[in-house]
Design a protein around this ligand. Sequence first.
Ligand SMILES: *Cc1c(COP(=O)(O)O)cnc(C)c1O
Length: 428
Amino acid sequence: MKYQRSSKLFNEASEVIPGGVNSPVRAFKAVGGTPIFVDKAKGAYLYDVDGNRLIDYINSWGPMILGHAFPPVINAVVEKAKLGTSFGMPTEIETQIAELAISMVPNIDQIRFVNSGTEACMSAVRLARGFSAKEKIIKFAGCYHGHSDSFLIQAGSGAVTFGSPNSPGVTKGTAKDTLLATYNNLDSVAKLFEANPSQIACVIVEPVAGNMGCIPPQPGFLEGLRDLCDTHQSILVFDEVMTGFRLAKGGVQELSGVNADIICFGKVIGGGLPVGAFAARHEIMSYLAPLGPVYQAGTLSGNPLAMAAGFAMLKALDSDKQLFDRLAKKTAYLHKGIVRVLSAHQIEHTINRIGSMISVHFSKIPVLDFETASLANNERFKNFFHGMLAEGIYIAPSAYETWFITDALTYKDLDYTITAVEKVAKTL
Ligand SMILES: *Cc1c(COP(=O)(O)O)cnc(C)c1O
């Protein structure tokens, strides 16, 4: 495949946009090479500016669960745009999508729409702090909750110390209020609670982790978090920006039967437009401005185009009773095929999968948390990525990302992908 035009566009972009991209993972830093500029996409396929067709396993990092340019979403946006694109005043579509989302997700009475997953998580934490009148939060190493200061924290020295900033620009003052625990390790959470009595406003967690590859919770992990939060009168925040409306209609709350107190959404809920949201029961949501004292706002929040796209997407998910089964079956088929091929070539691997999320780690040990994810062979992943790309298959340009299966993928696409893995495996 040729990437001449992509290279040229990347050079031009790099003059005027830092690193040539508006979000760092797009720059291919983790795998090397030049980013691919997209011309258009339809169903399971991306078409780049050099005329290459790629089978897409990223799908805009999750939103395109029904495939690119899904007609009901496109039509909804086009029709809404004709009426004007933003008013800064209430519109009926906001209530319609709110009612639908609340009917699909367990355990929420009200929802507030924002413009990104970052905003949703940042606002959820502010609300948790305001509601609980406590200041510290617990997050898990390797879980991603967007780029707000409180989340850009790495473990400090020693197991029970404060976090420290992992980006310049995040202050030590902010970092000391974020405590780092180990995913799938309840003991690490219990220790933080004990060391900081009556100070933990909330525990925020990806209930299925998707930002260190895909890491499902071990049995009892989410239940244990619920118990610890109840014992210490702390709020449990499920960041379902990735998993919400993807793993089930009602997300991981529905799958696991564990209820969180605040749930964050993004990605699928916007149908490909910039949307985030956070939701909770009345008791908590009534703390939010203008009803309550916790401030939160947005000029373009609830934007009619974004709400129309999200509403069309959620309606499609809500009305298709077999969708999540179908997605899980396709993902399991791909999983089985890749295992067969990698095993035949004696390539060490750990593949984690749940529903339509899957990731391939070149590692022989179970991948359960950030540390075990980091032990995988990243050099091999780079070669795998570029090998797959050469076969016309676009997987995430980083070993720490999940692949997202879309309903638009056919079994023929999956077979083609497995054959490509076989070809690439011979070169690894
Ligand atoms: C993508 C993601 C975010 C951030 O969402 P943005 O829309 O990129 O700001 C937050 N949490 C999780 C779990 C995510 O996957």
